[in-house]
Design a binder for this molecule. Structure first.
Ligand SMILES: [Zn+2]
Ligand SMILES: [Zn+2]
Length: 179
């Protein structure tokens, strides 16, 4: 991060300062925090009083393509960028972790709007796979806006009852067609 705020953040550039173990750990932590932040910010953006000002632009498509990953209102971009500032003030983050985080976020966002599924059949009911967000899940979010708010993981949706009741069946149907 450049500019006058940089001295107040905990961004560092020498990996040896905390080691590679911390480098990997902090990347996982950043993704977990972003996932929680995204879920609740996304749910808030679907509130009837806020929705049309911020998030409606992204929902113009009910069957999205990767282009939808970048189709959002400028205010939504501010909401998303906010997490970088929050994290950088909270704990030490290597500049490379920020780059990797932006890369993972972009790739996962593209995958979510792909329009077809890359994960294998059985994933949605697998003991581990059931916690991972999928393209089928986000496609459902564009069809039925009041479910499937998650980004990387599905635990917030599962814990708070916002996972679409037909998600697991829809995943099986989609993956059995494409195989
Ligand atoms: Zn949405
Ligand atoms: Zn979307």
């Amino acid at each position: 991060m450049a500019g006058p705020l940089r001295p107040y953040t905990q961004i560092y550039s020498d990996v040896d300062k905390y080691g590679w173990g911390y480098f990997g750990f902090s990347l996982v932590l950043v993704l977990l925090i972003h996932d929680a932040y995204f879920y609740w910010a996304h749910r808030a953006m679907h509130h009837p009083r806020i929705y049309r000002f911020v998030h409606r632009t992204h929902h113009r498509s009910t069957n999205p393509t990767p282009r939808a990953a970048f189709a959002f209102h400028p205010l939504e971009a501010v909401v998303e960028a906010g997490i970088i500032f929050f994290i950088a003030f909270l704990f030490p983050v290597h500049a490379g972790v920020i780059l990797l985080f932006v890369l993972v976020m972009t790739v996962y966002n593209l995958y979510g709007h792909l329009g077809w599924e890359l994960y294998p059949a059985g994933m949605a009911r697998h003991p581990i796979g059931r916690w991972i967000n999928t393209s089928v899940s986000h496609n459902q979010h564009h069809k039925h806006a009041h479910s499937n708010y998650g980004l990387y993981f599905l635990w917030w949706d599962r814990w708070f009852g916002t996972l679409h009741p037909d998600y697991e069946s829809a995943f099986e149907r989609t993956t059995s067609i494409s195989c």
